[in-house]
Design a protein around this ligand. Sequence first.
Ligand SMILES: C[S@@+](CC[C@H](N)C(=O)[O-])C[C@H]1O[C@@H](n2cnc3c(N)ncnc32)[C@H](O)[C@@H]1O
Length: 208
Amino acid sequence: MRVRKVPDAEIKIFNHPLVIKDSQQYREAHYKLFQNQNPIHLEIGMGKGGFILQKAIENPHLNFIGLEKDASILYRALAKISPEIKNVRFILADANKITEIFDDEISVLYLNFSDPWPKNRHHQRRLTNLTFLKKYQLILKKKAVIIFKTDNKSFFDYSLEQFTIGGFKVIEKSLNLHQKQITQIMTEYEKKFHQKKLPIYYLKLSVN
Ligand SMILES: C[S@@+](CC[C@H](N)C(=O)[O-])C[C@H]1O[C@@H](n2cnc3c(N)ncnc32)[C@H](O)[C@@H]1O
């Protein structure tokens, strides 16, 4: 995702009340931020935040955390927040660091249109690379699920293979998620691909 650099984006972000500044201190206790024991859903690489904000509005009984590595992109997400949304927080961090931030406290993990990194030499940067999947195992609760969506068939095939090797079980699979009707909230990328009539590849996986 390309966005114009926001001057001093990091400073602006860290002054925002919904951005978790000292997330490592909350390991195993992120629910305290929300002052309830509701399940926590995490989106890694949430981009401009359209998906997670809509999810939060539609599901006030759940907590949502969006993690994004790019300060300018996260800044754009913050600009969309309306004051009535209480059940969402954001973290500026690279997914590499998630085991330093979370313990096994996440109920649902969303990987929406993660960068496919098509060149083989970049495979370790893919968020569905086995190295990342092992980290996800450590932050997911028992019976947690991963929702994975992409427009990229090669990345889908690669990810399915990695999930299988990593011990995740496929509960739902679609090679054209919105073929019949739209039943789920779409992300910014998803809307663009859907408008171009491209199929969306989808997996719902459980932790064994
Ligand atoms: C292709 S965009 C998709 C954005 C959004 N999920 C959507 O579907 O519209 C991928 C996003 O993931 C973020 N990202 C990529 N690698 C990341 C990483 N290692 N840690 C955190 N965020 C990452 C990028 O900065 C970008 O905002």
